[in-house]
Design a protein around this ligand. Structure first.
Ligand code: PLP
Length: 395
């Protein structure tokens, strides 16, 4: 990690082992920076030389903690960053990110000045935003770098193909504006059949052909970058895969999940046969049971849907979540873990004793996707950034 003071991360002045840093914590997230580095190398190897990796670190780096992860990725050689909103881009600058940063989503013209001041690349969807950027850039004696996004079929953000060419040409004629990039985003990238990506790519290529002076094209998220070699262009926007998780239906290079979510039991209670646990008493003991209280709840992003469905690791094995998940707590059946007591470590996502629960496992149990599980992890959980078990910073 680069030695940059961060407004959000408290750096450790002496080497601190994870075990020491967590021995009296209720719940925490561990971020393995060596894994982040290895994933970057593996993905670079897969996408090939000449293709930039744009690290997508929106939504607090998919819940991982952008304060520690973004500087680490920059130090590891990531060429560019992307986020959804301007506020996230400005935070990256505060964190010491000096590489180009692309705002992927919408920006209002009133924010043009702030974007120019911090050299943020906006995705420009209207000539009004372009004019506001031009005015701000000329006033500041700078050049505003912009990208134009083509809506090739997702119908979310961007401008229709027929508008994109005219918009790019009009932006090009404004003083202080450099139209560097052209992008699009795929609708079916991680579906079993991603054939529609080729339809979208064809629409994109037709626009790109009419704008041969645009020098930086990007169309691929993780799934498309891994599956469709022909759609990588100058850069690929990697979010999930950079965090060590492959999208569904996407065999790819071996990656290591960067994030683990752990907690310590706050209490172990005896439950007699016939007694119920947690709100609504939706689970009842059918034998003399012991339940462990895990101090993580839906306020932390641990879904209420996991009640009576999900599993966590205690004592090196999978144990069932029993009863409903509450705002700050849930219960796990530790009847088969004789040593379980106050302070026993619980792994909610990650590896324990050679057994692993992945973000995909949690997503499947909660009937959602791994992006949703990771990005939902709450701000109450401290993020511990480490290399080989030595903590470098806490955010
Ligand atoms: C979030 C996002 C990405 C990253 O997607 P992953 O599947 O997580 O790699 C790429 N492009 C856009 C436009 C996005 O919004």
């Amino acid at each position: 990690m680069v030695p940059v003071p961060s407004p959000l991360m408290e750096r450790q002045s002496r080497p601190l082992a994870l075990a020491e840093a967590t021995h009296e914590r209720h719940a925490w997230i561990e971020l393995d920076l060596e894994a982040a580095y290895a994933n970057l190398q593996a993905l670079h190897g897969h996408t090939g030389a000449g293709v930039e990796i744009i690290a997508v670190v929106k939504a607090n780096a998919y819940g991982h903690g952008v304060a520690g992860l973004a500087p680490a990725l920059q130090a590891a050689g990531v060429e560019r960053f992307a986020v959804a909103w301007l506020e996230e881009a400005l935070l990256l600058r505060e964190l010491g990110i000096t590489r180009p940063i692309i705002v992927l989503s919408h920006t209002f013209p009133g924010d043009a000045g702030r974007a120019v001041e911090r050299d943020i690349t906006l995705t420009v969807h209207s000539i009004e935003l372009g004019r506001a950027l031009s005015t701000a850039a000329v006033a500041a004696g700078k050049t505003a770098t912009v990208h134009v996004k083509v809506d090739t079929g997702l119908h979310r953000f961007g401008v229709p193909a027929e508008v994109a060419v005219a918009l790019a040409e009009a932006l090009r004629s404004l003083p202080g504006i450099d139209v560097e990039g052209l992008s699009t985003h795929m609708a079916n990238a991680d579906e079993a059949d991603d054939g529609f990506s080729l339809v979208q790519a064809g629409r994109f290529a037709a626009v790109a052909e009419r704008l041969p002076w645009v020098r930086y094209r990007h169309t691929a998220n993780s799934a498309t970058a891994i599956r469709r070699g022909g759609l990588r262009y100058e850069g690929v926007r990697l979010g999930l895969s950079l965090h060590g998780v492959l999208p569904p239906n996407t065999p790819g290079p071996a990656l290591t999940p960067v994030l683990s979510l752990r907690a310590r039991l706050a209490r172990v209670a005896e439950v007699a046969p016939g007694e119920g646990v947690s709100y609504g008493l939706t689970w009842r003991a059918d034998r003399p049971s012991r339940v462990g209280l895990v101090p993580v709840g839906y306020a932390d992003g641990w879904r209420r849907a996991l009640g009576n469905r999900g599993e966590v690791l205690v004592g090196g094995g999978r144990r069932p979540i029993v009863g409903r998940v509450a705002m700050d707590h849930f219960l796990v059946d530790v009847t088969d873990v004789p040593g379980a007591a106050e302070g026993t470590e619980v792994t909610l996502i990650g590896e324990q004793g050679g057994v692993r629960i992945t973000a995909e496992d949690v997503a499947t149990a909660a009937e959602t996707i791994s992006w949703d599980i990771l990005a939902s992890l709450g701000t109450r959980l401290p993020r511990l950034f480490h290399r080989k078990g030595t903590v470098e910073g806490i955010a």
